[in-house]
Design a protein around this ligand. Sequence first.
Ligand SMILES: *Cc1c(COP(=O)(O)O)cnc(C)c1O
Length: 362
Amino acid sequence: MLENRVYNFSAGPSMLPESVLVQVRDEMLNYQGSGMSILEMSHRSKVYDAVIVEAENQLRKTMNIPDNYKVLFLQGGATLQFAAVAMNLMTKNGKADYIVTGSFSKKAAKEAKKYGEVNIAASTESENFTRIPRQEELNLSPDADYVHICFNNTIYGTHWDYIPETGNVPLVADMSSCILSEEVDVSKFGLIYAGAQKNMAPAGLTIVIVREDLIGNAMPTTPIVMDYAEQANAASMYNTPPTFTIYVAKLVCEWIASIGGVAELNKVNVRKAAKLYAYLDESKLFQNPVSKESRSLMNVTFKTGDEELDAKFVKEAAAEGLLTLKGHRAVGGMRASIYNAVPEEGVDKLIAFMKEFEAANA
Ligand SMILES: *Cc1c(COP(=O)(O)O)cnc(C)c1O
């Protein structure tokens, strides 16, 4: 790591690969001989067109996206997709199934209710969202227009350990906090969306990957920038796309390719998370409340059970260069978000510090 940089465990925006930041810096004032910064460049220019085309190619390669899926580069965050999914897809029978496994899926269901009938097909709220429901617990409607899940629950530190079987009903997944962290069979999903600021770029970009046959039936009231068919026809340029963020997403995909692709990256992610959970399982001070099969590789929650001690931990960790470890207010305690760009050494250093803290505060 460059001097003066810290290990940042923020849930998002979050760490970016250092080599990507260095390349952004080096290209900042004069992008590839154009004489201007990528920040200043028209999205309709030839130079920029090559950037967005390559960003899509790279993402398609990285995620192995089948040809019958559109890739859209949009704005508004994952939160705007809570409405966009409903406005575009809840148009055959006017109803959809939502599986509630945390704050974001709950918000998605609430937003969708404005546009049609929402059936909560399962919820683990009564168990504080500490696990993902099993297939047999899902009360799915055969005539739903889609089933919505949140694949990785950023706040509660849970992750779907299986892809639910939904028959002919398309599966829609919010993958904001796990996209590019593991291999995913895109063909099992009708639509995947993700805010980019957790695992692929700075804030400002939202990725939508949608099967072609699902678009073109948006509600007439759908704002044009939210209409998937309009954006697909315009190659994500109906209006100005988030040009800089798309450029960084391209660099991040190139970085993933340079280290052997998502499969290789996933091995590191599994190793990073396994170490941290192994320590949490043996620790007498820290606890992780999540059911083992539902544990997230990206967001690891833990607490001591004593709020003052938690606060002391967060403060002392920061003094050691381990930052942004405070848990979400809905859960309390601590959360280490260990996305792709958090180096394994950062996790090692965190565990070493947790052991020291445990010894000093037992
Ligand atoms: C961060 C996050 C969101 C919200 O994303 P915005 O881009 O801020 O709208 C939604 N879903 C999940 C799973 C997230 O992690």
